[in-house]
Design a protein around this ligand. Structure first.
Ligand SMILES: NC(=O)c1ccc[n+]([C@@H]2O[C@H](COP(=O)([O-])OP(=O)(O)OC[C@H]3O[C@@H](n4cnc5c(N)ncnc54)[C@H](O)[C@@H]3O)[C@@H](O)[C@H]2O)c1
Ligand SMILES: O=C(O)[C@H](O)CO
Length: 320
C-alpha cells in the first residue's frame, strides 16, 4: 500500500505525477483549514505533507496524527515549529542550494534598481515627466567600488558577494554567526561586528533566516548607525526588521533608500505606509521565482517527501 501524501501548493504537473506514482495523493492548490473542508479531512490520514509556507505548529500537528514528514518547498523554514515537529518524531525538510543563484540575481538586481532609482524613473517616463526634467532629479548612487555589508553569509549570501566582488568591484564586509575563512580568502570579505558593519557599509544586505535571534535585529538603533547615504536591502524575512523603524528611517532621511522583497505581512495590505515612499523599492517576495528554479525546488521537495515516506533519510533533513 502506498503512503498517503497531502500536497497543499500548486505543483508542476510532472512533479505531481512523480508524487502520485509513489504516494496515494490528495492535492490542493492551497490549504483550507476550515473544519470539514476536503483539506482538513485529508489531513487526518496524511503521512506526508508537501507545500510552501503553511504554519505547522502544535495546533496544526494535533490535526495530523499520522504525519511522518513535512516537506517545505522553500529554504526558509520559519513557518515550521521545529522543536514541536521533532518532539513528535516527525521529519522536516527544506530546499537549500538549488535557489542560491536565482535569489542572488533578484537581490543584487534589487540593490542596483534601488541605488539607480529604476522603478521610480520608470514611473517618471510613463507619467510624461521626462520632457520637462532636470537631470539632478534622476540622479542615483553608484554601486560599483562601494562597500557591501552582508549580514548572514550563507548559501545565498555567498552568491550575492560573488556578484558584488567580481561583477561590480565592491569591497565586502560581513557579519555572521561564525567566520568563514574560505570566503574571506575567495572574495576578500572582511568580518565585522554587526555595529561596525552598519557604520561602514554603503549597502546593508540582510540574508539571515528568521529565528528568535534575528527577529527584529534591524531597528531604530541600527538604522541610526547606518550612513545617511546607506541603502538597506532585505531578502531574508520581513520580521527580521522592525518595519515601523524602517518606515521612519526612510521618511526622515536617516537612510537614503531601501529595497525589499519581504514584509511582516504578505501580501502587503492596501494603504501600507511603504507604498507611498518613493525611496522604497518593493518586490512581492519573488527571490526564487523563476520557472526553472521553482521547478527545481518542487523536485527537491518531492524527492525529500518520497525518501522520508520510504523510510530513508531525506537529502535535506532539517536538524532539530
Ligand atoms: N526573498 C526570498 O525569496 C528568499 C529566498 C530564499 C531564502 N530567503 C531567506 O534567506 C534565508 C537564508 O537562506 P540561505 O539559503 O542563504 O541560508 P543559509 O543557512 O545557507 O545561510 C544563512 C546564514 O545566516 C547566518 N545566520 C543565522 N543566524 C544569524 C545571526 N543571528 N546573525 C548573523 N548571521 C546569522 C548563518 O550562519 C548562515 O551563514 C532563508 O532562511 C530565507 O529566510 C528568502
Ligand atoms: O525561503 C525561501 O525559499 C523563499 O523565501 C521562498 O519562500
Amino acid at each position: 500500500m502506498k503512503p498517503k501524501a497531502l500536497v497543499y501548493s500548486k505543483l508542476p504537473e510532472e512533479v505531481l505525477e512523480y508524487v502520485r506514482e509513489h504516494c496515494e495523493t490528495s492535492s490542493f492548490d492551497a490549504p483550507d483549514n476550515t473544519p470539514g473542508s476536503p483539506f482538513t479531512e485529508a489531513l487526518k490520514d496524511a503521512e506526508g505533507l508537501l507545500g510552501a509556507g503553511l504554519k505547522v505548529d502544535a495546533a496544526f500537528l494535533d490535526r495530523a496524527p499520522q504525519l511522518k514528514i513535512v516537506s517545505n518547498i522553500s529554504v526558509g523554514y520559519d513557518n515550521l515549529i521545529i522543536p514541536e515537529i521533532s518532539r513528535r518524531g516527525i521529519m522536516a525538510t527544506n530546499t537549500p542550494g538549488v535557489l542560491n543563484d536565482t535569489v542572488a540575481d533578484t537581490i543584487f538586481g534589487l540593490l542596483v534598481a534601488t541605488a539607480r532609482r529604476m522603478p521610480e524613473l520608470d514611473r517618471y517616463v510613463r507619467n510624461g515627466q521626462w520632457k520637462d526634467s532636470r537631470d539632478d532629479v534622476q540622479f542615483g548612487l553608484d554601486v560599483h567600488h562601494k562597500t557591501l555589508g552582508i549580514i548572514g553569509l550563507g548559501g545565498i549570501g555567498e552568491k550575492i558577494v560573488q556578484r558584488a566582488r567580481f561583477g561590480f568591484d565592491m569591497d565586502i564586509i560581513y557579519h555572521n554567526r561564525s567566520r568563514n575563512p574560505k570566503l574571506e580568502e575567495q572574495y576578500g570579505a572582511v568580518y565585522r561586528t554587526l555595529d561596525e558593519l552598519l557604520v561602514e557599509a554603503d549597502f546593508v544586505c540582510l540574508m539571515t533566516p528568521l529565528t528568535p535571534e534575528t527577529r527584529g535585529m534591524i531597528g531604530e538603533r541600527e538604522f541610526k548607525l547606518m550612513k545617511k547615504s546607506a541603502i538597506f536591502i532585505n531578502g531574508s524575512r520581513g520580521a527580521t526588521v522592525d518595519e515601523e523603524a524602517l518606515i521612519e528611517a526612510l521618511h526622515s532621511g536617516t537612510i537614503w533608500a531601501a529595497g525589499l522583497d519581504v514584509y511582516v505581512q504578505e501580501p502587503l495590505p492596501d494603504n501600507h505606509p511603504l507604498l507611498s515612499l518613493d525611496n522604497a523599492v518593493l518586490l512581492p517576495h519573488i527571490g526564487s521565482a523563476t520557472r526553472e528554479t521553482r521547478l527545481e525546488m518542487a523536485w527537491t521537495a518531492a524527492r525529500n517527501l518520497v525518501a522520508g515516506l520510504e523510510g530513508k533519510t531525506p537529502p535535506n533533513l532539517i536538524q532539530a
